[in-house]
Design a protein around this ligand. Structure first.
Ligand SMILES: O=C(O)CCC(=O)C(=O)O
Ligand SMILES: [Fe+2]
Length: 347
């Protein structure tokens, strides 16, 4: 598959921030155009590739290398930082262990952190590994910066003050995860996925994939398209709460990770073994106490206000609790009565 077969728009972050470096008319016009393209892509499909995103590739390489080392540890070691011991869903998450459903849970493991040194929601770090912690924190900050620029861009497109979102995300209540999809077999995909269909919960997600493939994005007609990795690009998608803020004008799109395209070996045979896959997912979230309510400018007679206000922390914690209980990514929360953690919920 070549870049021309890629179905999602590629947005150039360098063009968007161009006017911070040059005030030439051409640069300003290019920036305006790219900002509009970003907005329109989030209206049409909710996903983009972001090129020239400014997050250094060495930082990405470092995290992939830590992830490989961490997930290769024996379960007994990883269990020392298991999410079960954390009230804030931070640490090692193994869906089959956590949910107890070894038959249907997603075929993955994850290591999750939030903003570091938050006494109300402490992270759990593996012992004697300061570089892991430093590199995760560095990356976390870089993602926050990029996501803030994108939020300002989106606010401007609907004629809202460009800093509207700033005070709603300044607590950095984001959720940051490295993901490991272990080596498996083709047969394993018969009735399971690496990540089953879901939407993300927050503002914007920044997703960095290795070259394994398997990510698919649902179009509005219900069909799924492949979203293969493009070197140097980060995938960015809209989460539920940002969509709600825009009264669904921007869409929070379902996506999943499925069996990758078969890759025939030298003898033409399709190997039964599917190699391990790694991903880095940074989920931007509003501040826990942010009250998310559709912007008035997005509520019109042909798109009347669809939602009342919701506290961001409550929404997110309910979704995370559900995910941990089911061992699956899913959008269906209707059948569960999730007891939310009082530490995290403000209403
Ligand atoms: O691994 C991927 O490519 C996607 C992961 C994802 O969508 C998620 O963790 O929310
Ligand atoms: Fe996701």
């Amino acid at each position: 598959m070549g870049v021309n077969d890629i179905a999602l728009p590629i947005i150039d972050f360098a063009k968007i921030i161009g006017p911070s470096i040059s005030h030439s008319l051409e640069v300003l016009e290019e920036s305006e155009k790219e900002q509009k393209r970003l907005f329109q892509a989030f209206v049409d499909i909710g996903f983009v590739y972001l090129a020239n995103h400014s997050i250094p590739s060495f930082a990405q390489d470092n995290l992939f290398s830590h992830a490989k080392q961490f997930f290769a540890l024996p379960d007994s070691e990883k269990a020392k930082v298991e999410t079960g011991a954390s009230k804030s869903f931070h640490g090692w998450f193994s869906p089959s262990r956590t949910s107890g459903d070894t038959q249907h849970s997603d075929l993955k493991e994850a290591f999750d952190v939030g903003k570091d040194n938050d006494a109300t929601r402490p992270n759990q770090w593996p012992e004697d590994w300061p570089e892991f912690r430093q590199d995760m924190n560095f990356f976390f900050e870089k993602c926050h910066e990029v996501h803030l620029v994108l939020l300002r861009t989106l606010a401007k497109q609907v004629d809202v003050d460009e800093n509207f979102f700033d005070p709603h995300v300044d607590a950095k209540d984001h959720f940051f995860r490295v993901i490991y999809y272990p080596e498996t077999s083709r047969a394993a995909f018969k009735d399971r996925m690496r990540a089953s269909e879901h939407t993300d919960y927050g503002t914007l997600t920044l997703l960095f994939n290795d070259d394994s493939g398997g990510l698919q994005v649902r179009r509005t007609d219900g069909t799924y398209i492949d979203a293969p990795p493009i070197p140097g690009c980060v995938i960015v998608n809209v989460g539920d709460l940002l969509s709600r803020w825009f009264n669904d004008k921007l869409i929070s799109t379902e996506h999943r990770v499925v069996e990758p395209e078969p890759n025939p070996g030298a003898n033409g045979n399709i190997p039964d073994v599917i190699p391990a896959r790694y991903a880095i997912a940074w989920f931007g979230h509003p501040n826990r106490e942010a009250l998310v309510e559709p912007l008035e400018v997005c509520c019109t007679s042909d798109n009347p206000k669809k939602y009342g206000p919701v506290f961001a922390g409550k929404h997110v914690v309910e979704r995370l609790a559900y995910l941990h209980k089911k061992g699956k990514n899913t959008t269906d929360t209707s059948s569960d009565n999730v007891a939310a953690d009082p530490l995290l919920v403000t209403s």
